[in-house]
Write a protein that binds this ligand. Structure first.
Ligand SMILES: *[C@@H]1O[C@H](CO)[C@@H](O)[C@H](O)[C@H]1NC(C)=O
Ligand SMILES: *[C@@H]1O[C@H](CO)[C@@H](O)[C@H](O)[C@H]1NC(C)=O
Ligand SMILES: *[C@@H]1O[C@H](CO)[C@@H](O)[C@H](O)[C@H]1NC(C)=O
Ligand SMILES: *[C@@H]1O[C@H](CO)[C@@H](O)[C@H](O)[C@H]1NC(C)=O
Length: 963
């Protein structure tokens, strides 16, 4: 692109209402569907179907109606349990995962705006399909490795290209009612494409493009897509255009276009048909992934999780034996008391560290594996403090699912303090919360304490800063009192924990804080950390007060451990405005948590190039003085209105109010203009109409944990591809600039320290510094390289953070890049099935169906060149499957599948998955007399309740999968 072109692009991208594909996130065109809607509808319906199938296979009811009215809350609830509709349930992770997928989807319009193959423009079919199928392979590999974050990111990109096909091609105009499966089947040839010499369109009549596809194309069923050009009107003779304001090709003969991006497009009258087909196509792709990775991994990829993750980072130096014993005790207690319930942690992460080692990282969904690992930890060596705490924490932050709470146990300062900015960036991008449990702040001595060590207080400041940035706490206790401090771990690992209010006062000053307690809250707990001289009082909505000299009273009972006051608040029937007043001249923090299904998630987004059109995910810190936009979704209730979203900085204190715009699905686009430099938290207030206990609406408030820190430095980096082959190196150019009020200061100069870190310890190079020279337009450029070892497994996620810090080390910002390791897929063929026989023993209509069995035998093979069959599963039918492997005539492995079932269950569908994730299916049906049509559902339910006890279902589908 020339400079002239790039200016042109900027100008055009700034046009309001610019549309190149389905609108990515928001719609300002009537009730058009966006990529976000299409993605949400498909994910919700497919997830619900999987839960329905699991329920059916267990003979359980599943009453949810699967249609386009589903919400994430409804699906989460239906998948989590049958009857327990009043139970606490958090759908925040599910919402968060869906948002990741649609934000990644939307990002394609930003990064690949001019790449025709990413949007099925210009009759490019093969390359468009390659993007989809390579992406699908990468998603399957990621899900199998349980790298769900990377998997979601890739999935979003794949969805974009797939969904665009239905808007940009003439598939809908050809009258097709089903998705074009060839797009997800690399082994199938494209047939019936309009070749390059075949004209496809005639000019539209005035503005009317209803009839512009040539009759011959429609009669012969030839497939084509529109041509698109922002800078050039060139297109092959007689070809259709995309159409629309920006598309120059559509002004040349044949004029007009065929896209169905929104209701006002050239073929806008078919917009909803295209969007509906895109939903079904997205579901078809999800079904393929589901069959390849299995139901459990599929549901986890979708973010459906019933509880939190227990995540410990533990110093294993000699002086830590008490702490290790306590971590063991509290985790065993949590596991044993919650086993088999919805509160049982859904996964476990453990990272030991000392010096010179950290790791290995242990992640598991099996409580016993975790117990065994933590049992094996022993305190030894590493006498010379400090330790590699941040390195261990870094591993945990990248391994734990986003928004996890991580507990760090140590009694020594960090030796690897240089990782501070990287850790802060990881905290901000994962929104995970880090709480430190420090056992050396009190006069107890480690053995072989270094004489050089400064006072513990100053040494632990780094931990306090990181805890504060994440919304966690720093609990400083003598080792003898550890067991009281770990109550916070039990509190936070309960289900559906929300933060109602949190503030850090540093420096300390006497202050009073109010917060709204709503009816949905239970087990409200307040933590106050601060000096031992601190005093406080709690006041209820009716004005009743209780002060800190009363450890047990009407409103609260509390315990004190080290620097921590833990108050159990008695909020039952006391909804309304509560107040906590604190008197202290030293720094202190107040945090109020509780259990509630109602919570919210948010993501920072930024407008595309000043356009009014759309937004994309913003990673890295927002610019001081600039505008900030948040995409906020309320979770856990479909009946709430958000009334207020603010950014609050306690150091001012400063509170910036956002303007709210509802964008559907309980979501809001919130914009803040000109936010000052600072460290903010997001606070949300709303009204919940689902509250049944009172006729009036109930007000509620929630607060996000992670701080949003602003920066005057802008760091931008973009990689051409997010998939990296093992054994290859990618180069990522980046740009650093200084900004004023959110705009690049083109007269600025300066030098910046650059660090590039990735979470896999892959080798990477970067300049140590970059400098903005006078007259350079205010930007400095550099390149980071990342090398993936040849041994890296497909499906491994890599997160690369490129950070730039100013010379005074007072300000830093960063760019986040996510990659998936993806080996080239050579096996694109699905396993094939040959039916050998179907027994006819169900033909007798005289005997009851349950008294006879039928047998279905099939040969399945991946051929001589395939990667081989990895698994065969029954996806329909409740009989039993036996397999054996034999070598066929051509030397290929043949898996002989023998399926037998009662004559009450007539159908079977088997899925065979090869090692590359290709899925082949095999269908069989019992031959039955026409009159004997047994009630299949009842019969199949009966067949299963005998083997699965109903008690198991209490925890719901999710518990069964991971419990
Ligand atoms: C999408 O699939 C659903 C369920 O299979 C079907 O009812 C609907 O008609 C399909 N929609 C389109 C546009 O083909
Ligand atoms: C939380 O509250 C519920 C009822 O609201 C109660 O049954 C449960 O025991 C409480 N849990 C804790 C840890 O206090
Ligand atoms: C939310 O707002 C709408 C429209 O302003 C109103 O009809 C509805 O009752 C409100 N719901 C709640 C729970 O406040
Ligand atoms: C199925 O495999 C068996 C074992 O190799 C072979 O004997 C048989 O001929 C195969 N049947 C079909 C229909 O391919």
């Amino acid at each position: 692109m020339t400079a002239g072109q790039s200016v042109g692009l900027l100008v055009m991208l700034s046009l309001p209402g610019l549309v190149l594909s389905f609108q990515p996130l928001f719609t300002f065109e009537g009730n058009s569907a966006t990529h976000r809607h299409i993605t949400e509808r498909a994910v919700l319906r497919k997830t619900a179907e999987v839960c329905r199938d699991i329920a059916a296979s267990m003979g359980q009811d599943f009453s949810l109606i699967i249609d386009d009215r589903l919400t994430a809350n409804m699906v989460q609830r239906a998948c989590s349990s049958t009857g327990a509709s009043t139970s606490l349930l958090s759908s925040a992770m599910f919402h968060f995962s869906i948002a990741c997928i649609y934000l990644s989807n939307a990002n394609v319009d930003l990064v690949f705006v001019l790449s025709p193959k990413h949007h099925f423009d210009d009759e490019i079919f093969e390359e468009g399909r390659d993007i989809i199928t390579a992406g699908v392979s990468a998603v399957k590999a990621s899900a199998k490795r349980q790298s769900f974050v990377g998997g979601r990111w890739t999935l979003g990109k794949v969805f974009h290209t797939l969904q665009d096909f239905y808007s940009h091609s003439n598939w809908v105009e050809l009258g097709k009612k089903a998705p074009f499966s060839t797009l997800i089947r690399p082994d199938q040839p494209f047939t019936n494409l309009a070749d390059s010499n075949t004209p496809t369109c005639r000019s539209c009549v005035e503005e009317n493009c209803v009839d512009n596809l040539l009759p011959d194309v429609l009669q012969k069923g030839l497939l084509t897509t529109g041509y698109f050009g922002i800078f050039s009107s060139k297109k092959p003779a007689g070809k259709c255009s995309h159409g629309g304001l920006l598309d120059r090709t559509s002004r040349r003969n044949p004029v007009g276009g065929i896209n169905k991006d929104h209701v006002g497009s050239s073929h806008g009258s078919l917009h909803h048909n295209a969007a509906d087909l895109a939903v079904n196509a997205t579901m078809e792709l999800l079904q393929d992934i589901r069959l390849a990775v299995g139901d459990s991994n599929f549901l986890r990829l979708m973010g459906l999780s019933h509880s939190s993750v227990l995540c410990f980072v533990i110093d294993t130096t000699e002086s830590m034996s008490d702490d290790i014993a306590e971590a063991k005790r509290v985790s065993f207690n949590i596991i044993d008391s919650r086993r088999g319930t919805q509160q049982e942690p859904s996964a476990y992460v453990l990272v030991p560290f000392n010096d010179p080692d950290f790791g290995p990282l242990m992640t598991t969904t099996d409580a016993d594996v975790f117990k065994e690992s933590i049992n094996k930890l022993s305190a030894s060596g590493g006498g010379d403090i400090p330790e590699l705490c941040l390195s261990g924490l870094q591993l945990a932050l990248t391994a734990a699912p986003p928004t996890s709470e991580i507990f760090v146990f140590t009694d020594a300062p960090a030796k690897d303090a240089h990782l501070k900015n990287t850790i802060a960036a990881l905290i901000e991008s994962t929104k995970s919360v880090v709480t430190f449990i420090l056992t050396n702040a009190f006069p107890r001595h480690r053995r072989r304490r270094s004489p050089l060590e400064v006072t513990p207080h100053a040494n632990f400041q780094l931990y306090r800063d990181l805890a504060q940035a994440s919304g966690g706490q720093t609990i400083e206790v003598p080792k003898s009192a550890l067991s009281q401090a770990t109550a916070v771990i039990k509190d936070s690992s309960a289900s559906a924990v929300v933060t109602v209010f949190q503030v850090v006062e540093n420096p300390g000053r006497p202050d009073a804080f109010t917060f709204t307690v709503d009816d949905s809250l239970s087990n409200a707990t307040a933590y106050i950390t601060g000096a031992s001289t601190l005093t406080f009082s709690v006041t209820s909505p009716t004005g009743v007060s209780q002060s800190s000299n009363q450890p047990s009273g009407l409103l609260a009972s509390y315990t004190t451990t080290g620097n921590l006051y833990r108050l159990h608040l008695n909020t039952d029937n006391r909804a309304g405005l509560w107040k906590i007043s604190v008197s202290s001249e030293n720094s202190y923090s107040v945090k109020v948590i509780a259990q509630s299904s109602v919570n919210f998630i948010y993501n920072l987004v930024e407008a595309h190039e000043e356009a009014h059109g759309d937004f994309s995910l913003k990673e890295g810190r927002p610019l001081s003085g600039g505008n900030v936009s948040l995409l906020v979704s309320v979770t856990g209730s479909d009946h709430v209105n958000v009334t207020e979203v603010t950014l609050y900085d306690s150091s001012g204190p400063t509170e910036v109010h956002g303007s709210l715009q509802s964008v559907g699905s309980s979501s809001y686009l919130v914009t803040f203009s000109g936010i000052p430099a600072g460290e903010f938290v997001v606070r949300l207030k709303g009204e919940d109409g689902s509250s049944t206990s009172r006729s009036t609406r109930s007000s509620f408030q929630r607060q996000a944990s992670t701080q949003i820190k602003t920066s005057s430095i802008s760091v931008t980096a973009r990689a051409d591809s997010t998939n990296i082959e093992p054994g290859s190196t990618v180069s990522i150019p980046f740009t650093v600039a200084t900004t004023t009020n959110g705009v690049v200061d083109d007269a600025a100069t300066g030098t910046f320290t650059v660090r590039a870190n990735n979470d896999r310890s892959y080798s990477s190079s970067s300049p140590r510094t970059v400098a903005i020279a006078a007259g350079s337009g205010g930007t400095a450029k550099g390149t980071v390289t990342l090398s993936v070892p040849a041994s890296a497994a497909s499906g491994t996620d890599v997160t690369l953070i490129i950070e730039a810090e100013n010379e005074a080390a007072t300000d830093a910002n960063y760019a986040v890049l996510r990659f998936s390791v993806a080996a080239k897929v050579t096996d694109i063929n699905r396993p094939v099935c040959q039916v050998v026989s179907t027994s006819s023993s169900c033909l007798s209509s005289s005997s009851p169906c349950a008294s006879s069995q039928w047998v279905f035998i099939a040969n399945l093979t991946d051929g001589i060149t395939g990667t081989g069959i990895e698994s065969i599963t029954v996806i329909q039918g409740n009989g039993t499957l036996n397999t054996s492997t034999v070598v066929g005539a051509g030397g290929e492995n043949i898996t002989v599948a023998t399926y037998s079932a009662s004559c009450c269950s007539h159908n079977v569908e088997l899925a065979a998955v090869d090692r590359a994730g290709n899925v082949g299916t095999c269908v069989g049906q019992a031959r039955v007399p026409a009159t004997a049509a047994p009630a299949v559902n009842t019969a199949s339910a009966a067949g299963h309740t005998s083997t699965l006890s109903c008690a198991l279902w209490i925890g719901g589908v999710l518990y069964l999968l991971w419990g």
